[in-house]
Ligand binder design. Structure first.
Ligand SMILES: Cc1cc2nc3c(=O)[nH]c(=O)nc-3n(C[C@H](O)[C@H](O)[C@H](O)COP(=O)(O)OP(=O)(O)OC[C@H]3O[C@@H](n4cnc5c(N)ncnc54)[C@H](O)[C@@H]3O)c2cc1C
Length: 422
């Protein structure tokens, strides 16, 4: 039987889209197909699941993040545990780095979104090295001084699995269906009106995307959503449809504190109620997430020069070559910290403006390009994709603010520059 909407990909973007389709039309027959055995097993599961509400310089990013995070926080307030810990974001910057973002940081401080800490204030709270003048090794490693800290309030981390399960259960309770362990091999193209002539569709015929061919057979639907994460371009390339986003591997390494000094760093007091180190971004863009749940540090660095590829194998050497030497400069108490666990997933990178990509071609909506912020903007992206499916000119985000549904479209894109890219 034909479905109204068939979604390829049960990651956060596919799930949020399916959920909002069913919110708009409870009678819609919605099917979500994924090659994995359950929801959120792609990049969604691999993410650090950190969030920053409104801590962006572009208006669009502020809107997408603020509304999505507010939605998640309210879900948790209403009784569904999403593992949200509002531990804050601490963005450490050198004097030079701060100059570039001083205006916008001060504006965000006036709006109550963040607090700017000066070095002397930070020194009272954080046990770390702040100055590296005369340290030749630090210079070679590109380690910069810490002169400022921007502390974002409505920020922290959550549990991506719990968020994915929330959407899954809500979708199921609204009658949405899932088909797991099913790989989509091809998107099917048909003429809108079949004329019964050979080699249809011809170039002059209007086409529609009538369904997908999978390892378990053909599935048909009136409308399609392609939210296949790092594999989206593989599905669209044969159609000649450009999603201006390509996959790159991103890796997380966890280390368990073994000494009292390491434990004291993990449970740094003074920033949040949890009494834990906030999600901390160093001037080198390495980040540290102190995980309260399993008492570990999560470390990550996004490298620029790396092939676009769907390779997801973590590389232990990456930690010892690129993360450890820098981290111990800032936090000497982490000397000797070895990798306990590691994993890798895919960012879908839109190098044009680093904003998500959501657009419609004929009866197919594509939602991708969420880079390292698909969890924290996921709900808003889902609302925009759902609005496009219903041909609505505006998508209503959580809290009521509206955004043009074609704001994240590829053609004629004109989005504000984002300066808070970490
Ligand atoms: C290491 C790392 C850290 C991150 N940290 C953060 C963070 O702190 N905060 C944040 O907001 N974001 C973070 N992200 C980004 C975030 O995880 C992604 O932006 C988000 O998960 C993208 O969701 P998605 O639905 O587009 O993709 P996915 O979650 O990858 O979902 C795509 C789904 O499509 C399925 N699929 C693909 N191809 C096919 C096919 N042919 N047939 C059937 N099924 C298919 C896959 O199995 C997968 O389940 C991080 C990502 C990584 C890798």
């Amino acid at each position: 039987m034909d479905y109204d909407v068939l979604v390829v990909g049960a990651g956060i973007l596919g799930l949020a889209t399916a959920y909002h389709v069913l919110e708009k039309d409870p009678k819609a027959r919605v099917l979500i197909v994924d090659k994995m055995g359950d929801v959120g097993q792609g990049a969604t599961a691999k993410s650090a699941a950190c969030f920053r509400a409104g801590l962006f310089t572009s208006h669009t990013n502020r809107l997408l993040s603020y509304t999505s995070v507010s939605f998640y926080i309210d879900i948790q307030k209403e009784g569904t545990d999403l593992g949200i810990k509002q531990v804050g974001y601490l963005i450490l910057r050198s004097e030079d780095q701060f100059k570039e973002i001083a205006d916008v940081s001060q504006q965000l401080e006036r709006e109550g979104m963040l607090r700017i800490y000066k070095k002397d204030e930070l020194k009272k709270l954080l046990k770390m090295n702040f100055e590296f003048d005369g340290d030749e090794e630090a210079e070679i490693l590109g380690v910069k001084n810490v002169d400022y800290g921007l502390f974002g309030y409505k920020c922290g981390y959550m549990d991506a699995d719990k968020l994915a399960f929330y959407y899954r259960d809500e979708i199921k309770s609204r009658g949405g269906e899932f088909l797991f362990n099913t790989t989509v091999k091809k998107i099917l193209v048909e003429p809108e009106e079949r004329l019964g002539i050979p080699r249809e569709p011809r170039a002059w015929q209007k086409v529609k995307f009538s369904g997908v061919e999978t390892n378990k057979g053909v599935l048909k639907a009136k409308q399609l959503v392609i939210a296949a994460g790092g594999w989206t371009a593989q599905l669209l390339d044969p159609l000649g449809i450009d999603c201006i986003s390509k996959p790159k591997k991103r890796q997380i390494f966890t280390i368990r504190p073994r000494t009292d000094e390491q434990k004291a760093l993990l449970y740094t007091q003074g920033f949040n109620e949890e009494g834990i180190l906030p999600f901390t971004i160093l001037p080198t863009e390495h980040y540290i997430r102190a995980d309260e749940r399993d008492g570990t540090f999560w470390l990550c660095l996004s490298d620029e020069i790396r092939p676009f590829s769907t390779d997801e194998e973590p590389e232990e050497n990456y930690y010892y070559d690129n993360i450890y030497p820098i981290i111990v400069k800032y936090f000497p108490q982490l000397e000797g910290a070895r990798v306990d666990n590691m994993w890798a997933g895919l960012y879908m990178i839109n190098s044009v403006d680093h904003n998500p990509v959501v657009f419609k071609r004929a009866n197919m909506v594509v939602a991708t390009g969420a880079s390292g912020s698909g969890i924290l903007k996921g709900d808003a992206i889902g609302r925009i994709a759902a609005a496009l499916l219903f041909d609505e000119p505006y998508a209503e985000l959580y809290g009521g603010e509206k955004i043009p549904s074609d704001k994240l479209e590829v053609v004629g894109r004109a989005l504000e520059e984002e300066k808070f890219v970490f």
